[in-house]
Design a protein around this ligand. Structure first.
Ligand SMILES: Cc1cc2nc3c(=O)[nH]c(=O)nc-3n(C[C@H](O)[C@H](O)[C@H](O)COP(=O)(O)OP(=O)(O)OC[C@H]3O[C@@H](n4cnc5c(N)ncnc54)[C@H](O)[C@@H]3O)c2cc1C
Length: 455
């Protein structure tokens, strides 16, 4: 054991510089203005999964994958305000859908009706569902909203939809696009109780809960550059390229072993890493109660997301964002203005940057890059005729194999709270108990929970 002097012992160390870690650091500072707080991150940048990497050619940020929030993500909105970036997200007050026949329909709120009826007029007008689809869907949503979540436990979304007379078309064109994008797994794996929350929070409870919040700047600029400035202004020390390998518990402080560096010391620790890394860190403490916790969280399963970015020599998609129906592609986002902010942007004057999102992309796992590009290009060609004569200047495919945990019916019982059996050791991360799926909102809430649990 190394014997630190008092000066070397931090009041709080947060392991992991994703949104959970950053949010917990900011909240801990608010609650404890005089503490010595250090945030350590194994990579060279903050932001974790909601981050960007640097394109070696242009030196510009490229987002891992398009990230989107919803109007009901109140802590995300507050968080970006705290980062001094209230302008970081554009608010889109409608959901647009492109049918295979080229028709565009949108769901938007009526000014005159209270929620949840505010969406009814535009829902009745959509043309990609027929009247029977809409009647069964409306009744299904009503039943889901009125069913207490406890009595839904243990069922998958697909089981529930099949028992509640949902048509194959409404499953494919509405339930699936909404829930797979929001929860990131296929309907046969998703927990219907979590799916219910998505509908209640975003569509039923408030007028603007379903609005889309789309980043107007690269994620790296927001959650790395601007977050660093905000944390430094709060006198929170950031140590990047600093990977915690293990923790030892001494009587009144913890000692963290850091790869290739000297150990760090802290009175309290928030472990804000993804669950596999957390499981290893908990095991390193060598306590039975933590082994049990570690074993439990290691049973969470993961689900992939694929983001595909195209830089095109011409503008092909006339929509700032749109969901494609009956295709592998789920969402297309126009990322041009965020890209043009950057000095190395190679887009020509009329060019366009498109970000394509495929959540729960299990079906792409066995395809190589060219096969994926061909499939996606063919779908874009038929969705946007201008694409047929466009040249792809650059293409990135980023698949995060463990993008999020899979919110299966079992997952809820595997998600721990922020408090562990070991006093002064806390957990944060989108996979902990937050009442939210694995999202930016969930990660931020987990960080707030952990900071508010500190002694
Ligand atoms: C491709 C993709 C698309 C997504 N799309 C959306 C979306 O549209 N909307 C949405 O709301 N959410 C989306 N998400 C989910 C969202 O990104 C996550 O829920 C959120 O960023 C998780 O934050 P976190 O802090 O819990 O974890 P992370 O972001 O994983 O942060 C954990 C950090 O800990 C660091 N770390 C790990 N081990 C160690 C160690 N031993 N020592 C020090 N540091 C360590 C990691 O490097 C990382 O920076 C998406 C995720 C992915 C991957």
């Amino acid at each position: 054991m190394t014997h630190p002097n008092d000066q070397q012992i931090n009041d709080l160390c947060i392991i992991g510089g994703g949104l959970a870690g950053i949010a917990s650091a900011i909240e801990a500072r608010r609650l404890h203005p005089h503490w010595k707080i250090v945030l350590i991150e194994s990579r060279s940048r903050l932001g974790g999964r909601a981050g960007s990497f640097v394109d070696p050619k242009t030196k510009n940020w490229v987002d891992n994958c398009q990230h989107v929030g919803l109007g009901c993500c109140t802590e995300l909105i507050e968080f970006v305000n705290r980062l001094g970036s209230p302008d970081a997200f554009r608010r889109i007050p409608e959901l647009r859908f492109l049918s295979p026949d080229g028709r565009v329909d949108s769901i938007r709120g009526s000014k005159f009706l209270p929620p949840p009826l505010h969406l009814a007029p535009s829902f009745l007008k959509i043309r990609f569902l027929n009247s029977w689809d809409k009647i069964t869907l409306g009744l299904g949503l009503l039943k889901l909203a009125l069913t207490p979540p406890q009595s839904l436990k243990g069922q998958t979304v697909l089981d529930w939809l099949n028992c509640n007379f949902q048509t194959p078309r409404s499953i494919r064109r509405l339930w699936e696009p909404v829930l797979v994008s929001a929860l990131n797994d296929s309907l046969d794996k998703l927990d219907i109780a979590i799916a219910r929350q998505v509908f209640v929070k975003s569509f039923f409870k408030s007028r603007s809960g379903f609005h889309m919040l789309v980043p107007a700047i690269p994620l790296g600029e927001l959650f790395d550059e601007r977050a660093r400035t905000a944390l430094s202004n709060l006198n929170i020390q950031i140590l990047d390229n600093t990977k915690c390998q293990s923790i030892e518990n001494h009587e009144s402080f913890f000692e963290m072993q850091i790869r290739g560096k000297s150990p760090l010391f802290a009175n309290q620790i928030i472990v804000a890493t993804p669950w596999p890394a957390t499981s290893d860190i908990l095991n390193s403490l060598n306590l039975n109660s933590l082994h049990t916790l570690s074993e439990k969280i290691s049973r969470l399963e993961s689900s992939p997301i694929t983001g595909i970015h195209f830089l095109l020599d011409k503008t092909v998609c006339p929509h700032s964002e749109i969901a494609l129906l009956d295709t592998t592609i789920q969402w297309v986002f126009d990322h041009t203005s965020a890209d043009r902010r950057q000095p190395g942007c190679i887009l020509p004057a009329n060019g366009q940057s498109l970000h394509i999102v495929i959540s729960a992309s299990h079906q792409l796992a066995h395809k190589n890059r060219n096969e994926i590009l061909d499939e996606i290009r063919a779908e874009l060609d038929s969705a946007f005729p201008e694409m047929q004569s466009a040249t792809i200047l650059s293409a990135w495919i980023v698949t995060e194999h463990a993008a999020t945990f899979s919110p299966s019916p079992e997952s809820d019982s595997l998600r721990p709270t922020s408090v562990t059996p070991l006093p002064r050791l806390y957990l944060a991360g989108d996979w902990t108990q937050t009442g939210w799926p694995a999202t930016m909102e969930g990660a931020i809430r987990s960080g707030l929970n952990a900071a508010r649990s500190l002694i």
